[in-house]
Design a protein around this ligand. Structure first.
Ligand code: GAP
Length: 513
């Protein structure tokens, strides 16, 4: 069962399907590109992730409240937010393979390769010298200095081309870097064109431009347009936050890597409204808080890192990603953005309505600045699923696949398994299930040998299995099996709830942050 890194992702994807976590959308029609459905176990895990986020935001911060805005918004929203004019990706086609790419990603691929080369030089040197000084080495080694110079040069050209919306300069960069299509192996590229990522549709029965509306590409705008509604009705005082979980839609040019980049996905976003001038303090605060939230899950501190943005979005004056070590490498999991007063100011201009806050301490009106935290729910799901997936060789030579999902997030907390389907064991097991089901999501199963049932529960990440046997009928005890250690203990039925409660508790997880 030994799995190479390359195969791991494929195994995770097929496991997710086989065990009811994720199915391709409308699979009977051969699926729909970059759209997925969550199955019976996936929906539970997803709901638990939402709960973890929602409770962190709205229970642990008395100055954050949650809303649920509509997906459809007045079309001027997207003019004001800049999405109609600037929510574009530079698109390029290879004329031989007929494949479409994001030009900026092709260019970033070259930068990544140069960075890998630097890392290789560093590793080689670190092995050679005892008191290896990385900083000294990278600033003096001729080859590394040359690679770094090239990276800086490419970054600068990319940044300038993007900032000036200069697609000819992007194309020139693709040509100068001699980028070849990985499929056809040729450099036969089209020009680079801007492609707007918003999906549009018509509202009502008259299909003219006036009725054109968009499926929201981010949930944040539903928060901005409700800023004063919430502030006034909730009597909120700055600094305060508005949180929201909901669907977003993007017509991604290149949508692949399973649920990492989809055309329909879910975001968990929080806009934190602050006094102008204090935004950098709160930006640092949320960077640190959000990393702690991720790390509390226990998926490994080394699996996270910050990545500062060089090319800032049209609304930001500072931005960084929290990246996660996905099966395909470190990639963006969450974005933290200092969005300035761009959105509120622009909505004020386009709507003609004042969107200002009266600060009674300073006795002045102002448009607040905003620090945003935005995490993709589906990417969170992938980070948990992929890092929980383990293929284990056991001492007796057998093998198992287990999802070591953090217990509070697991779809089922406990499986209740009568050893046999007779002698009153199912009835006793049902009695125990009725006792526990108000506190934990329980799963009942009486079919197949007990070993096989344990393996099935391991495969869906159930932290505990309770087995009801003949001794249970005599002394009201059961065995309780721990998913991760596979150890079994005999305990009194009356103690089961307490034994399980702490480790599967969302409250306990939240206390770790
Ligand atoms: N409101 C800010 C915003 O939308 P973003 O960096 O474009 O910022 C935020 O997106 C997060 O949404 C990302 O960090 C990622 O987790 C998630 N996300 C973005 N596009 C996605 C896609 N096509 N599929 C899945 N998740 C996506």
């Amino acid at each position: 069962m030994a799995t190479t890194e390359d195969n791991l992702f494929k195994n995770v994807i097929s496991h997710a399907k086989e065990y009811g976590f994720i199915f391709p959308s409308s699979e009977i029609y051969d699926g729909l590109s970059a759209v997925y459905d969550y199955g019976q176990n996936g929906a539970e895990l997803k709901n638990n992730l939402k709960e973890y986020w929602w409770k962190f935001m709205t229970l642990l911060h008395d100055n954050i409240v949650g809303i649920d805005a509509a997906i459809f918004m007045h079309p001027t929203t997207w003019k004001a937010s800049g999405h109609v004019d600037a929510f574009n990706d530079p698109m390029i086609d290879n004329k031989d393979s007929k494949k479409r790419y994001r030009a900026d990603q092709l260019i970033e691929g070259v930068i990544e390769k140069l960075e890998e080369k630097i890392e290789k030089e560093v590793e080689k040197a670190a092995k050679r010298f005892d008191n290896f000084d990385r900083t000294m080495f990278v600033s003096t080694n001729a080859r590394v200095v040359e690679y770094q110079k090239k990276i800086d040069e490419i970054n600068e050209r990319l940044k300038t081309a993007m900032a000036n919306n200069n697609m000819a300069a992007m194309k020139q960069l693709v040509d100068d870097l001699e980028i070849v299509d990985p499929i056809s192996g040729t450099k036969n590229w089209t020009d680079v064109r801007q492609f707007n990522l918003m999906f549009s549709t018509e509202m009502g029965s008259v299909a003219d431009d006036a009725n054109k509306i968009y499926l929201r590409p981010e949930t944040a705008q539903g928060i901005f347009v409700n800023f004063l509604n919430v502030q006034k009705t909730g009597r909120m005082k700055i600094p305060f936050g508005i949180a929201q979980i909901g669907k977003a839609f993007r017509n991604e040019i290149v949508a692949r890597q399973f649920i990492f980049r989809m055309r329909e996905f879910e975001q968990m976003e929080m806009q934190f409204f602050v006094k102008p001038g204090e935004e950098m303090k709160w930006y640092e605060y949320w960077k640190e808080k959000r990393l702690k939230w991720h790390q509390a899950l226990g998926l490994g501190h080394d699996n996270y890192r910050y990545h500062d943005h060089l090319n800032l979005a049209h609304y930001a004056n500072a931005a960084c990603d929290i990246q996660f070590n996905f099966p395909m490498g470190f990639r963006e999991l969450e974005g933290i953005h200092s969005r300035t007063d761009f959105d509120l100011k622009s909505h004020e201009k386009y709507s003609g309505k004042k969107l200002q806050y009266f600060d009674s301490e300073d006795n002045q009106n102002y448009i607040p600045y905003v620090v945003e935290t935005s995490v993709g729910l589906d990417r969170m799901f992938l980070s948990v699923l992929a890092s929980s997936y383990k293929e284990e060789k056991l001492e007796d030579g057998s093998e198992r696949v287990v999802l070591k999902i953090p217990a509070p997030l697991a779809p089922n907390k406990v499986a209740i398994l009568p050893l046999m389907k007779k002698d009153g064991l199912p009835e006793k097991a049902t009695e125990i299930m009725n006792l526990l089901k108000f506190d934990f999501r329980c799963f009942y199963e009486e079919k197949d040998a007990i070993g096989k049932r344990y393996r099935r529960q391991d495969a869906i990440g159930t932290p505990y299995c309770i087995t009801v046997d003949h001794q249970t009928l005599q002394d009201n005890t059961v065995t309780i099996r721990n998913r991760d250690t596979m150890k079994q203990e005999r305990v009194a039925i009356q103690d089961v709830k307490t034994i399980i409660a702490e480790s599967v508790s969302m409250a306990e997880l939240l206390k770790k942050i």
